[in-house]
Write a protein that binds this ligand. Structure first.
Ligand code: TRP
Ligand code: SF4
Length: 337
């Protein structure tokens, strides 16, 4: 049986963190076995909010791909590409924008949240939402073009992206209705079950919050960041009885990264006051560093041979463009353009 096309992208935010790894990348790696996967860096989407901060864009895009490759996204199995190198996506975006009512995008709750974040960054705490650019309003339509240009059937995303994907399904249906064709399928979301990994301060892990541990951090950086983790606040001394369930970050990380026996041992020793938090976090550092050692080594090797990485991306760009061209021929036909 022909494998279905699966499409997913990440904005070009630069070096990825352990939250990306646990929440997204491990999942992408597994999906490579069952689907024809198209993984891309959404550099146009990055411009919807960061159009005036493009100095690091080229390096950021490359860093994302380096992390993917190091973590096991395999160019033999998956197509890896930059969104902006597949011009068919831009063409489809224009055509889809013609048939999409403004208010479909305007009521997208995820988009509203993005605007709020932008506003707060500007220090504006008023009730009024700021002006949204035409490009940002088009975010879900561009995302629809990403998926539909690759004839995507499955889209692995987090819950925050579901609203966008609902619009994609509406647009696909509307296109078929208006032009009386059965060209596009309605792509289905595939939710990741892994809970979000919090940052070292217990808030959502994110680059802009300065609470993240990067996949590409050194062992020293990793250990140092882990020492800042919040633990059970009611514990002042090593022999105070601890409560792992109140250890907001360190114990949670153990549950994610350590094996079952270790988690049980940490749990018991903590409760009995036989384990100091500093030692506990040092051990956590060793566990995480050991897990990421092969990935970090591979990443360094790839970074040394950057021409090879560009070859992989160029190859992926071409493959993605030829996949998109297949459906775009039919789209142009349907629209009579
Ligand atoms: N909006 C997604 C995010 O911020 C990234 C993205 C862009 C995407 N285009 C996509 C994800 C198409 C899946 C499919 O995470
Ligand atoms: Fe958390 Fe470990 Fe300290 Fe217990 S001993 S509170 S699990 S850091």
């Amino acid at each position: 049986m022909q494998k279905e096309n699966l499409v997913s992208g990440m904005r070009s935010t630069g070096k990825l963190h352990l939250g990306h790894y646990m929440g997204v990348i491990t999942n992408w790696v597994k999906l490579q076995e069952d689907y024809n996967c198209f993984y891309f860096v959404a550099d146009w989407h990055a411009l919807t909010t960061k159009f005036d901060k493009t100095e690091t864009l080229k390096q950021d895009k490359l860093d994302v791909v380096l992390d993917w490759l190091a973590c096991g996204i395999n160019p033999e199995k998956s197509t890896i590409y930059f969104q902006s190198k597949v011009l068919q996506i831009a063409e489809l975006h224009i055509l889809l924008s013609m048939i999409t009512p403004n208010n479909w995008a305007e009521r997208d709750p995820t988009l509203k949240d993005m605007v709020k974040i932008l506003k707060n960054k500007d220090g504006d705490n008023s009730e009024n939402l700021p002006q949204m650019s035409y490009g940002l309003l088009g975010y879900p339509i561009l995302m629809s073009a990403d998926i539909m240009a690759m004839n995507g059937a499955i889209v692995p995303v987090g819950t925050d992206q579901l609203a966008h994907l609902e619009i994609t399904r509406d647009i696909a249906r509307r296109f078929n209705n208006i032009y009386n064709v059965e060209l596009f399928n309605e792509p289905k979301p595939k939710l990741t079950e892994i809970p979000l990994l919090c940052g070292v301060d217990g808030q959502k892990m994110g680059k802009s919050f300065h609470n993240d541990i990067k996949i590409s951090d050194t062992e020293e950086e990793t250990s140092k960041k882990l020492m800042q983790c919040i633990t059970d606040r009611s514990r002042a001394r090593k022999d105070d009885l601890g409560h792992p369930e109140q250890c907001e970050v360190a114990f949670k990380y153990y549950e994610v990264f350590a094996d079952k026996e270790t988690v049980t041992q940490v749990d018991c020793e903590c409760r009995q006051g036989k384990r100091g938090c500093a030692d506990c976090k040092r051990q956590l550092g060793r566990i995480i560093n050991e897990k990421f050692a092969p990935i970090r080594t591979k990443r360094m090797e790839l970074a040394k041979d950057i021409d090879k990485v560009f070859d992989i991306i160029n190859e992926g760009n071409k493959k993605a463009a030829s996949e998109a061209e297949k459906i775009m021929k039919k789209v142009r036909d349907a629209v009579n353009i």
